[in-house]
Structure formats: C-alpha cells, structure tokens
Design a protein around this ligand. Structure first.
Ligand SMILES: *Cc1c(COP(=O)(O)O)cnc(C)c1O
Length: 363
C-alpha cells in the first residue's frame, strides 16, 4: 500500500460538489479579487476565531512581515522567536530589518517560556509565538511577560487553526494573529492564501490599506504598501472548507488518538500535549534517534514521511549573517536531527492508518 505523507486530493473529494459549485459560481460572477467572497470569508473567519476583525491576505508570510511593519518594528529592534520554527516566522521579522532573537523550544516543540526573560533587552519590541505542529504555546506565561516588559505580541497561527490554551483560541492572545491557508494547512485553500485577525480596528484598517498598495481610495496612496490581496476563488473555497472545520479538526484528532494508543515502539517518542493546551495536529511528529534509518525503512514500504524541519533557522544559509554556529541552540538542533512527521491527513482511511501503525511498530 502506497501512503503519502499528505493527500490534498482527499480533502477535495470529501466535499467535491460544494467546492465545484462554489468555484463555478465565482468563475461565472465576473469578480475575481477582493469582493463579496473575501468579505464574507473575513466575517466568518473572525467569527470562528472570535475576534472583531479578520483581513484576508495573499499568504501567511505576508501576514507575518506586515504585522511587524504595521506595529512599527524594524531596524535596531529585536523580536523573540523559538529556535525550531519554520523559516517563514523568522523571515517575517527579518524582512523588516529587525533582528530575530532565538529561544529554545520545550518538550512540546513550542517556545520554552522559562527561557524568554533572559533574552529580553532594551531593544526587544515583541514576542512572536509559533503554535508549532498544531499545539498552543504556554500562553499564560507569554502574555504575562509581554505585559511585564510592555512588548507587542504576535502569534504565528499558520499551524494552529482552532487550537486553544485554557479554553482560549490561538490568535486572540496578542495584538495580531497571523494565519496561512496554504493547501497543506488544517484550513487549506487551493493555492496561496492568508489572513490576520485582531481586535484592534486601527490595526485591521492598516492591513486593509497595506495589502492594496497602501490605498484606501483607488489611486490615492497613503503609504508604500504591497500587493497582498486575497482572491475570490480562494476565499470562496475557504468558506466551504471553514463550514466543515469542526469535523475536519475532529477527524485529525481521532487519527492522532489512534496513533497515541496504538504506536508502540521503544525506539520512538510520541508527541504529548501540555495540560490546558490542545492540539489540532497539523502534524503528528514522532522523535527517533535512528530517524534516518526509520525514513529509509518506511520508504521501502512506500510510506512517505517529512522532516519538519531538517535545518533550524539559525543554521540555514539565509541567516549566516547572524553569525550563529552549530551548538548554539542544541535543543533545536537535536529536534532537527530526530523529528519525523508521519502520514496524517483528512480522508486518511483506517486501513492506511493501520498500515502505518504496524510498519512503525515493526521497525
Ligand atoms: C506555512 C507557515 C508559514 C507561512 O505561510 P505561507 O502561506 O506559506 O506563506 C508561516 N509560519 C509557519 C509556522 C508555517 O507553517
């Protein structure tokens, strides 16, 4: 049985008729960028998250870099971020000229909040939390620190659509929640898409202006903005998927539960969820000292896996200019060498799950 790490087609066929009807409706409408579908999606997504505002954007990276731009954070400023994140989180900071300051992750693969305070200097302007793999960071600590040091708080929710800490949904703890709807995310479009959520009307309005060349009124440009508009097709298709978000999320949680209960191999460490936190299992990430042998073994059985992520940002070529070397963030480096995301997607059959479980247990 051939099993890929992700099957985006399955997610399409789950609601094929609804997606196709919506796509045709939009194609026939004659309106393709920033229209009714985008406004409706923004309304519905804000309601889903529980914020006053949502602004649709072209992708998740735009949400991140525009967040710091709009908060006035740039050259000479420092932003705290975890050392094992996806590179986009870090680029969102550095594209503004600000300096990312790395903090090691905890056993849940999220920022270790006990190590944040020692990294705060008089240049620190913000904390960027990343709810990695779908699980919320320890937000009570983060919110307290942001308050104590008067820092801005931005959340990278590209992997955490709907996950919670102490019952509160991620994206609502800070100034801005940044979302990606890249096809593989838990709420995925059929191309690139993103959004921010906020309760601050001024911030929301700034994003609306920024995403459209800095203009509020056509051809009257207030600031040097960008083109980060969400198109109608993606927004409409996202509305279809969003209307099924509860069942899609529960399906992934159920697959994770099976993995939790049935994976049994002393060579691997299963993911755990912190007390008071929830995970929507964007990825199901196991840890294995013999990871590379495990990948090869699974490949032979035609089971695909992915490493999220093989190179921590501080060691990537793009950030050589920061001057870090191997050994500077040993926990992130260890994770890069040992983590493995196993197949997990909406529409994964029980048979496929069983095949993966049996294969890993026999390794
Ligand atoms: C996917 C992702 C992003 C970037 O989103 P894009 O829509 O691909 O630009 C940012 N941060 C994290 C943690 C992600 O997983």
């Amino acid at each position: 049985m051939k099993i890929m790490p992700n099957r985006l087609d399955r997610g399409f066929y789950l609601y094929q008729k609804e997606f196709e009807d919506k796509a045709l409706e939009i194609l026939r409408s004659g309106w393709y960028v920033l229209g009714n579908e985008v406004s409706k999606f923004e309304e519905e997504f804000a309601e889903y998250i529980g914020t006053k505002h949502c602004v649709g954007l072209a992708n998740g990276l735009d949400a991140l870099w525009m967040a710091f731009r709009i908060l006035g954070i740039g050259k000479g400023d420092e932003v705290i971020v975890q050392s094992n994140t996806y590179i986009a989180s870090v680029m969102g900071i550095s594209m503004n000229g600000a300096t990312p300051v790395f903090v090691e992750p905890d056993e849940y693969y999220n920022i270790d909040t006990s190590k944040i305070e020692e990294k705060i200097t008089d240049k620190t302007k913000a904390i960027l939390v990343v709810h990695l793999y779908g699980q919320s960071c320890k937000m009570d600590d983060v919110v307290a620190l942001a308050k104590k040091y008067n820092l801005r708080l931005v959340e990278d929710c590209a992997q955490s659509h709907g996950s919670k800490f102490n019952g509160q949904i991620t994206g609502t703890f800070g100034d801005i929640g940044c979302f990606s709807f890249y096809p593989s995310k838990n709420l995925g479009a059929f191309g690139d898409a993103g959004a921010i959520v906020t309760n601050d009307e001024k911030i929301a309005q700034d994003f609306r202006v920024y995403r459209n060349y800095g203009s509020e009124k056509r051809y009257y440009n207030k600031v040097v903005g960008t083109n980060s508009r969400l198109d109608e097709l993606q927004a409409g298709l996202l509305r279809v998927r969003l209307s099924h978000m509860e069942e899609l999320t529960q399906e992934k949680i159920a697959i994770a539960k099976r993995y939790d209960e049935e994976l049994n191999n002393s060579k691997i460490k299963l993911p755990t969820v912190r007390e008071n936190a929830t995970s929507i299992y964007h990825q199901y990430v196991i840890k294995c000292e013999e990871r590379d042998a495990m990948i090869e073994y699974l490949n032979e059985l035609e089971i695909g896996t992915i490493i999220h992520y093989p190179i921590p940002p501080h060691l990537s070529e793009a950030y050589a200019y920061l001057g870090f070397k191997k050994g500077d963030f040993p926990i992130a480096e260890n994770y890069a060498d040992t983590v493995l995301s196993i197949p997990m997607y909406n529409g994964m059959t029980e048979e496929e799950q069983t095949f993966v479980i049996n294969a890993i247990n026999r390794f």
